[in-house]
Design a protein around this ligand. Structure first.
Ligand code: NAG
Ligand code: NAG
Ligand code: NAG
Ligand code: NAG
Ligand code: NAG
Length: 378
């Protein structure tokens, strides 16, 4: 019995030492591997061999394997008859004009289907690199589920990015994100400022085909704080089958003619007259009927590089009245009040611009039922 016990102890020790040695050798080996293969040249490959376990193991998982990175961007040839654009038109605008007729691009990533009882769709413009903003939204006001008993769904609208992060293609990380959360809707066009209008057109087409039973749509940026409960409360007094377009409405704005500005538009692209009324792009709210009407109107409207104005042009075509609501703070607060006061946020629809930390902080402050507020004028 004693001898047996000793033997057992001995063998236990040899197992421990043996394991430690094997691990040590393994660690040395792995370190060497990584050193040898650095720097990563942008493929999801780590170590000596192709690391298949970095990818999904298809034999144990129902999730599809990672697609190979598709780096080539969908091609549509330029309009040759546009060669005589005046030289005063800056290159980005020239590029826009030459490719304006390219309006249909393939879809790359699809979200989970819209639920039958979907009440409010939160369609948020994002880009592949803004992963921290998407994380913040998913865990705060964009959380999946129900608000006041109404189903809410978060969706990110994304174009194509060829950028890399630490050598890894953003596209591949986005594909993983899409599998994980099912909330990415992506198309194969470059995610540039001037292509935001394309995002609008593609979103409207997708809605008409795949989500047209949603009652309301909030469309906004990924750096806004949205009080979803106030949005739901507001639309309760409306019908999805009637026109509704509410936001921070801008009327009689003239095109900017200083070519150093982000929103510069040369005369060749828009005459000397005010834009139709439009909503500040931080975020606005629409009924199903308005989204569907917009979907029809865009097909006969020339693309315009500023997407908010483009939507205004389409709304004018379908005679939809734009409703101004002071709770849409797309330019922040005008008065001298701390923009970071939870009491203010209780009364608003949205505030532009918050970083992910502020987003999370404000969200937790608003959850505090003990919060006491005096009535504020904002
Ligand atoms: C690694 O992957 C590349 C491309 O996916 C393939 O051409 C190559 O044969 C693979 N090498 C090994 C050792 O599996
Ligand atoms: C995937 O998982 C199965 C079952 O666990 C295993 O037999 C197989 O070797 C794994 N494949 C890879 C490539 O890791
Ligand atoms: C190319 O531009 C010309 C001039 O503006 C326009 O008339 C024509 O319709 C455009 N072609 C396409 C394919 O959009
Ligand atoms: C829009 O995307 C297309 C396709 O990726 C690209 O060819 C074009 O240059 C982009 N346009 C602008 C104005 O960025
Ligand atoms: C919009 O209103 C104008 C004038 O009131 C009218 O001529 C036009 O037919 C209307 N368009 C639509 C699409 O209802």
């Amino acid at each position: 019995m004693r001898i047996l016990f000793r033997n057992l102890r001995l063998s236990r020790w040899s197992i421990v030492i043996g394991t430690a040695l094997v691990s040590l050798i393994g660690v040395i080996f792995m370190t060497m591997d990584v050193n040898v293969s650095l720097p990563y040249r942008g493929e999801l490959r780590v170590g000596r061999k192709n690391h298949t376990d970095w990818r999904w193991n298809t034999s144990t998982s129902t999730t599809p394997p990672l697609a190979q990175p598709t780096v080539d961007v969908f091609k549509c040839s330029l309009n040759d008859s546009m060669q005589n654009i005046p030289s005063s038109v800056p290159p980005p605008h020239r590029n826009f004009l030459m490719y304006k007729h390219c309006r249909t691009f393939p879809r790359l990533l699809s979200p989970t289907p819209c639920e039958n009882d979907l009440f409010l769709l939160l369609a948020i413009k994002s880009t592949a690199i803004q992963v921290d903003r998407r994380i913040a939204l998913r865990s705060t006001w964009g959380k999946r589920g129900y608000v006041q008993g109404k189903r809410v769904k978060l969706l990110f609208l994304v174009g194509k990015s060829l950028d890399r992060i630490q050598g890894f293609l953003l596209q591949q990380l986005l594909e993983w994100e899409s599998r994980q959360f099912g909330d990415i809707l992506q198309w194969d066009f470059e995610d540039s400022f001037f292509n935001l209008t394309l995002k609008e057109v593609h979103f409207l087409n997708w809605f008409t085909l795949e989500c047209q039973w949603a009652h309301y749509v909030f469309k906004g940026d990924d750096d806004v704080f949205v009080h979803t409960s106030n949005l739901v409360e507001y639309v309760k007094g409306h019908k999805p089958s009637e026109q509704l377009f509410a936001g921070d409405i801008i009327s009689r704005a003239y095109p900017i003619r200083h070519n150093q500005w982000k929103y510069f538009i040369p005369e060749e692209m828009y005459p000397n007259k005010p834009y139709p009324p439009y909503a500040g792009g931080g975020g606005y709210l629409m009924s199903r009927q308005t989204v569907l009407s917009l979907g029809v109107a865009v097909s006969s409207t020339d693309l315009f590089p500023i997407d908010d104005v483009f939507v205004g042009m389409c709304l004018q075509k379908i005679n939809v009245t734009l409703t101004h609501h002071s709770g849409f703070k797309t330019f922040g607060f005008h008065q001298v009040v701390s923009h970071f006061n939870p009491c203010i946020y209780r009364e608003i629809m949205l505030v532009h611009k918050l970083n992910p930390t502020e987003m999370w902080t404000m969200w937790s402050l608003l959850q505090d039922t003990k919060l006491k507020c005096f009535r504020l004028r904002i």
